[in-house]
Ligand binder design. Structure first.
Ligand SMILES: Nc1ncnc2c1ncn2[C@@H]1O[C@H](COP(=O)(O)OP(=O)(O)OP(=O)(O)O)[C@@H](O)[C@H]1O
Length: 870
């Protein structure tokens, strides 16, 4: 009785020992990874690590020696066969301690506390195995004595290692701080965007698909944000909780149709899990039936019919058709909601955001926002089923054969994953280099082709050919280097899988020969192998995939969490414009708090009058218009339109009242007609034509081969600077705005055309409060109020004549432009546009142009250094 109890206890211990140690070790690591995000006190000490690594390796070596002894005895004594629990114990122990040794080798700062707990648990359990399993027979043979000696030595090693790691844990607790391995973010060292290499780096899971440096650089900022969030939350759970604001984008709350699709996908996924087992099983059943009735002319029709049904159901022609149909609406739903939300968010953000971000980054945020959908899709419909398939595979092969089959699959899976992960790590650097060289080649190629003219002028074709040849050679070398390791790695991985498959097949054949398994089970195993293999193949890449998708989702999250710096105040009212009086009261503004851009601007633009802003470049003229348009909010002071503070009205109503001609107008790549109409979407063709006539561009447009239907190219590149500005003026005219803002609206036109445009401006600005920023003072000399802005301050103000009389900065500007020194002379000669009569027709414009030409004194543009004039 006591012997039976002892044997049972030993069996339980054999199964439990490696499992308990593994659970303890992995649970502490997983909990640490998820919760203990804040750096714990850790010391990076090679001596300590190598000491414990040496001890652990010795433990594994002893276990291997023990397994070798067991194998030798099995081969030598035909009547002896090791107990199943003992074999499981040995194999699992080697795997567990082998994994711990690999972990120690890879990690510069091991978790000593976890290791101490694992060694201590192993010590207690192994001592129990030693005591309970001790053979009282004094005549025990050499193998038993050797096994006992090995187990005793191993127990001493457990004792020594638990003491060492306990000591290191205590030393760390009172010692200096280093980054906790489990506390590193998923995305590598976010501080520099590079993968982790040292203890102070931040990374546990390999970087995402940053297969080239450019990509890595682009991800730098987003990884930094991710790191900050992770540190702020202190753990991954808190970090991931932030993503819940994105859930409405992928979860079809109010869309019954998409919910139904989701249910169909879920159902097919569950069905897949069953059929993965049922199809090979049915093949086995048919084989067994056929074996029984072989030569008798009997067909197992029923079994074959079931197999055919299963095979059809699981094929792409079966329920997977439903799945494919259901997936499309799901994808389209999430695409529409994610892309639409991201786009609206970007468009709603303020100018500071848009000037900081490059458009490529913004487009990426929309494109890669799909990463969120892919992430959920991957976790729910790939990773989840993969884990289930693996668990089912273990259970099913155990049911079909025995625990040894299960062990072979476990060893194959672990070994394959480790080899795959290692080779990916090794090949990543080479892959990056290959992509980098490839980009260099493409850059050289593009540069050379686009600079063909320069190359021809300088007669450097041979040099360019050599340069390109060198780039191509570098690509080939880098590609060879990458593929050599890649082929070797994939060969090794395939060899591991093949070895696993051969082993299970051999074992199955042995079982059949022993009569403990049927031929059908061998067929089932072979047919089922694909299902076993696929989770093993995918496991290695899963972490990488998740980490890449997390970066993409993070980008979307950051975008949606960004709030506009200029937005409607709560209870903002609609702007009501009456006469159009604009008051700047003590307005201060700065792009950067360290450097004020506008300082205490105070002035009033009277209704219907024109205020001109002149002065040195970079003085703050355009900024004054930007704060009026509320691209930015003033830091202090106020801007009022007809007595209403522009911060208290809605942005929509505010921006509705302006007609702007910006410094650098940009057009859409559509026809000129549509480009002008963009200013007022309901304008008729006739109104567009009239606006263009008034902007002196109508005849020019008609001279284009396609007239108003001519495409203007990306941002209007097919138009000259002057044409571009006149189209922008036509837009402003078409809007019929209440307030007009002209920011160097004629900077790119020649003086002759400018004279024509002046007439157009008179039409546009007549009776409207107008702000004009101009460098050519001739264009603003009739302004009702001229403000000379220098370094963000109004240094002079008045009409043209008043400012000339002041003989200050304005006069110096004026002198410089006209090239004359005597004020009176200047005043007389530059009177280019005194006739404010409105012109109606092209002929009138033409004659106005002629008369302006006659009066044109060729006023040069002031682009020089204003300081030099002082
Ligand atoms: N988005 C921005 N971020 C930071 N600084 C800016 C930004 N835009 C303009 N500035 C700076 O603000 C100052 C005023 O610029 P602003 O464009 O208003 O000058 P300006 O008088 O219109 O010059 P110009 O006559 O050359 O157009 C300049 O020093 C400029 O470098």
């Amino acid at each position: 009785m006591a012997t039976i109890r002892r044997a049972t206890a030993l069996t339980v211990l054999h199964y439990a020992t490696p499992l308990i140690v593994f659970s303890l070790y992995s649970t502490r690591r997983i909990v640490g990874f998820c919760l203990l995000q804040r750096p714990a006190k850790r010391t990076e000490s090679k001596k300590a690590r190598y000491t414990v690594l040496g001890g652990t390796t010795a433990i594994v070596a002893i276990q291997i020696a023990q397994a070798a002894l067991c194998l030798t005895r099995t081969l030598n004594e035909t009547a002896w066969w090791p107990a199943e629990d003992y074999v499981v114990y040995l194999v699992l122990s080697i795997l567990v301690w082998g994994s711990i040794a690999v972990g120690l080798y890879d990690s510069p700062t091991p978790r000593w506390g976890t290791l101490c707990a694992s060694f201590s648990a192993a010590l207690v359990l192994e001592l129990a195995v030693l005591v309970i399993g001790a053979d009282p027979d004094p005549n025990k043979d050499g193998t038993v004595r050797a096994t006992f000696a090995l187990e005793t030595t191993r127990s001493f090693l457990y004792l020594a290692m638990s003491t060492c790691s306990g000591f290191f844990a205590i030393r760390d607790h009172f010692g200096k701080t280093a980054a906790d391995e489990e506390s590193r973010p998923l995305l590598g060292n976010a501080r520099d965007g590079s993968p982790s290499k040292t203890a102070t780096d931040y990374a546990t899971i390999p970087e995402g698909d940053d297969s080239d440096e450019d990509e890595s650089d682009r991800n730098k900022g987003i990884k930094e944000k991710q790191r900050q969030r992770l540190e702020q939350h202190g753990n991954w759970i808190g970090y991931l909780r932030d993503f819940k604001i994105l859930l409405p984008l992928v979860w079809p709350h109010h869309n019954r149709k998409v919910q139904a699709c989701l249910a169909v996908i879920g159902a097919t996924m569950i069905a897949d899990r069953f059929f993965t087992v049922l199809v090979p099983r049915q093949l086995g059943i048919i084989t067994d039936k056929l074996t029984m009735v072989a030569g008798k002319g009997i067909m197992p029709y029923h079994e074959i019919a079931v197999w055919l049904l299963y095979s059809w159901l699981v094929s792409p022609a079966g329920y997977n058709i439903l799945k494919n149909f259901a997936e499309l609406p799901m994808q389209q739903y999430s695409y529409q909601s994610i892309a639409g939300t991201a786009f609206d968010q970007i468009m709603s953000l303020s100018m500071d955001f848009h000037t900081d971000k490059n458009s490529g980054e913004l487009i990426r945020a929309i494109d890669q926002g799909q990463g969120l959908h892919d992430l959920l899709d991957f976790v729910c419909f790939s990773l989840g089923p993969m884990v289930i398939d693996l668990a089912v595979a273990f259970g099913y092969v155990y049911y079909l054969f025995d625990v040894y089959m299960m062990l072979i699959i476990l060893v194959t899976g672990l070994f394959y994953t480790w080899v795959a992960a290692k080779f990916t790590q090794i090949s990543r650097g080479r892959q990056r280099n290959w992509v980098k060289q490839w980009r260099t080649e493409s850059r050289v190629q593009t540069e050379s082709i686009s600079n063909w003219q320069t190359i021809s002028y300088l007669n450097n074709a041979i040099y360019e050919s050599q340069r390109y040849g060198t780039a191509v050679t570098a690509v080939n070398t880098a590609q060879r280097s990458y593929f050599s390791i890649y082929y070797f790695g994939s060969g090794l991985q395939s060899a591991v899988l093949l070895l696993g498959r051969l082993s299970v097949s051999l074992l199955a054949m042995r079982r059949i020969s022993q009569g403990t398994a049927s031929i059908g089970s061998f067929i089932t195993l072979n047919a089922y192998w694909t299902a076993i293999q696929s989770p093993i193949l995918n496991a290695a890449g899963s972490f990488r995939r998740i980490s890449t998708l997390l970066i993409d989702s993070e980008r979307l999250l950051q975008l949606l969490r960004t709030t506009a710096s200029v937005k409607d105040a709560p209870n903002a009212s609609t702007l009501r414009v009456g006469v159009g009086k604009i008051e700047f009261e003590d307005v201060c503004f700065a792009y950067d708090d360290r450097k004020p851009t506008l300082k205490n601007l105070t002035f009033t633009a009277e209704p219907g009058k024109t205020v001109a802003l002149v002065g040195e470049t970079g003085g703050g003229k355009s900024t004054t218009l930007k704060v009026l348009f509320r691209f930015y909010d003033v830091k202090s002071g106020s801007i009022k339109i007809d007595g209403q503070d522009i911060r208290s009205v809605t942005l929509e109503s505010l921006r509705n009242v302006f007609g702007c001609v910006p410094q650098d107008p940009s057009l859409f790549n559509i026809s000129i007609l549509e480009n002008v109409r963009y200013a007022r979407l309901d304008a008729t063709d006739e109104e567009v034509h009239n606006a263009c006539r008034a902007a002196s561009i109508h005849d020019k447009i008609l001279s284009f081969p396609d007239g108003y239907e001519s495409k203007v190219g990306e941002r209007g590149v097919k138009l000259s600077g002057g044409e571009l500005q006149r189209v922008a003026i036509a837009r402003a005219i078409l809007r019929k705005p209440k307030i007009v803002l002209l920011d160097e609206a004629t900077s790119m036109v020649d003086t002759g055309t400018e004279a024509q445009i002046q007439k157009a401006f008179e039409r546009l600005t007549s009776g409207r409060t107008t702000f004009v920023v101009a460098h050519r003072l001739s264009t603003i000399q009739h302004a009702d109020l001229i403000l000379v802005i220098n370094d963000g301050e109004i240094v002079e103000r008045g009409t043209h004549d008043e400012l000339l009389a002041l003989n200050g900065k304005y006069v110096r500007l004026w002198s410089k432009q006209s090239g004359k020194t005597r004020t009176a002379e200047i005043s007389h000669s530059v009177d280019v546009s005194t006739d404010s009569t409105l012109i109606e027709t092209d002929d009138e414009i033409a004659s106005a142009c002629k008369s302006d030409h006659d009066g044109d004194v060729g006023v040069p543009r002031l682009d020089g250094d204003f300081d030099s004039l002082r």
